[in-house]
Every structure is written in structure tokens, then in C-alpha cells.
Write a protein that binds this ligand. Structure first.
Ligand SMILES: [Zn+2]
Ligand SMILES: [Zn+2]
Length: 100
């Protein structure tokens, strides 16, 4: 077991804020740290959903990344998110439209 360290993926933020939503970091699972009792070598729980679209490997293609205006909403200006607790589909303005 190693000492817990601040998650290198989210820099300890635990995830990414997207308007009113908070998307938990997929590396630390929102715990903000890795290691310690949460040793990454332990098998993570199986994913319940495919990775977010903006983590898709297609974004490693710089031509595609440059051609689309926003990797979150693809220019639609809205991002949809399933609220598992409320069992509702929530649509929020994308971060690319929130800074007007
Ligand atoms: Zn993290
Ligand atoms: Zn956007």
C-alpha cells in the first residue's frame, strides 16, 4: 500500500464542473486522491455507462478536434446528462455558451 496522493487526472478537484453538474473524475472516482486504501491496482467497479463522448479516442485526432467547435456539445450548445438519482434527463447549457 502506498500513501495517498492527489489525483493527477483532476488535480484533486474530484472531477469537472459543467454548469450545475459535477462529473466525477474517472481516474479517482471523485475521491480526489489515489493510492492508500484506494490502491488503483484494486479492480475498479465495472463501468455502468460508456465513457463520456469527450473522452472518446476520436479526440486524439487533431483534425477532428479542430473541425468541431465544442467537444462537449458538438456545437449544439446543450449538454444532456442522466441524473441517476432523480432518474431524469437533465439538459444544461454547455460551457461554451455559458460565458456570454
Ligand atoms: Zn481525479
Ligand atoms: Zn459546447
Amino acid at each position: 500500500m502506498t500513501d495517498p496522493i492527489t489525483c493527477p487526472e483532476c488535480s484533486g478537484a474530484g472531477g469537472q464542473r459543467l454548469g450545475p453538474l459535477f462529473l466525477a473524475c474517472r481516474f479517482c472516482g471523485g475521491r480526489r486522491v489515489v493510492g492508500g486504501e484506494h490502491e488503483p491496482a484494486e479492480p475498479p467497479p465495472p463501468p455502468t455507462s460508456p465513457p463520456p463522448a469527450w473522452e472518446h479516442r476520436i479526440w486524439r485526432n487533431p483534425a477532428i478536434a479542430a473541425a468541431l467547435p465544442c467537444r462537449y456539445c458538438l456545437g449544439a450548445g446543450q449538454v444532456s446528462h442522466v441524473d441517476a438519482d432523480a432518474r431524469t434527463l437533465v439538459s444544461v447549457p454547455c460551457v461554451c455558451r455559458a460565458t456570454t
